[in-house]
Design a binder for this molecule. Sequence first.
Ligand code: ATP
Ligand code: MG
Ligand code: MG
Ligand code: MG
Length: 464
Amino acid sequence: LRRTSVQDLLRSTDLDREVLVKGWVRTRRGNKYVQFIAVNDGSGFNSIQVVANAEQFPEEKLKADGVDNGAAVAVRGKLVASQGKGQSVEIQAEEITVYGTADQDAYPLQKKGHTLEFLRGIAHLRPRTNTFGAVLRIRHAMSFAVHKYFNDHGYFYIHTPIITGSDAEGAGQMFRVTTLSDTKPPLDEAGAVDYSQDFFGKATNLTVSGQLEGEVAAMALGKVYTFGPTFRAENSNTARHLAEFWMIEPEVAFFDLQDNMDLAEDFLKSLVRYALEHCPDDLQFLNDHYDKELLNRLQFVVENDFKRLTYTEAVEILKGAKQKFEFPVDWGTDLQSEHERYLVEKHFKKPVILTNYPKDIKAFYMKLDEDGRTVRAMDVLFPGIGEIIGGSQREDDLQKLQQRMQEMHVPEEDLWWYLDTRRFGSAPHAGFGLGFERLILFITGMANIRDVIPFPRFPKSAEF
Ligand code: ATP
Ligand code: MG
Ligand code: MG
Ligand code: MG
């Protein structure tokens, strides 16, 4: 008898046949005549109900065998129509095998709901909860949808390096790569470890963005994207930042800022649509338990155009706002998440794309506007999140790019290979970075970024 997944059984119309499921007990309840055991194998949100008749499975025996919350079991029995409401089929148990028990006094996951904060402390067990099962399945679906979207649109997936010599963002938020070996690392005059020698004689960091390498690939393959781990030495202990996150970065040759905005909007809408179509059970649960507006909000994003305006226009709106902000807004300063959320949630009440930021608050590679003060940047702002995407048309003129690098103290010798893309066959191009966890935050309605990645990395993260 071959094992069937719980989700396949729940969808099955082929009844009164012998089936075998393997999974974990979520609950056991009942009386002295009959016991109901909910078994979940992770294949989907819903568990299957196993009905155990007291004649064959007295409660004391089930208890003694450890058929309890958290135990791993195999159940063989007959798939039948269910009398109870909430499910169409159930299994009439004939044989229950216990693989591994979970001592009810020691098992941290009890029947009562746990706070997300408590679960963060047991990140290795939380995938077993309804909430994290739902989040992780949605995360998987979104990851697949990202690749599907790009593949369907003729993009090539490029693997950019994780260890790199460059700081693409120029923000200095890098983790340095060091070597652990029995040869002691070299020390400088002050006696401190000289990390400049540490990667086979070179200084290297964990990547903060795959963009520069993505541009290299776009100049040959036309339409490319990266989707990989990204590291930033973020000191900010916010609910929107992780030290290790995943970023999706398309880069397209012969694209300008308009094309880039169109791509970002279409891409985001298509991802949300995919979630609505493919994750209904998980989304419904999150909607009912955490955020009653979740499904409405997702639907709204799919159906409505994003508002597009310039940074300068946004600053005017923010200056005229009645709301008191913690940080003042002035032309030339970067917007804070409170400003971004005001524009999205209070003013326009829809996703917003802000463009043409002052050059001084953006990275060196963005294309200078004609006025010489702003660049062809775009940030996509989402409700409940603030910035979800940062992107731009890139500077494709060698001289202007060199000029910007000088102004921003980006050493040319580090990026000679990048400058070659402008030296040989340079072309207009554009791209953006979508923070994958911020997307998952939006789609799941979770409030803290630490709750949408299996093992969050942040300044005080758990040891595993
Ligand atoms: P923020 O202003 O929120 O710090 P950023 O402008 O520094 O973001 P970018 O360099 O534009 O970020 O990176 C592109 C995208 O990557 C962001 O729009 C965001 O979705 C995501 N992102 C950036 N930093 C983080 C982080 N520390 N944790 C999770 N996602 C991040
Ligand atoms: Mg940042
Ligand atoms: Mg930003
Ligand atoms: Mg940004």
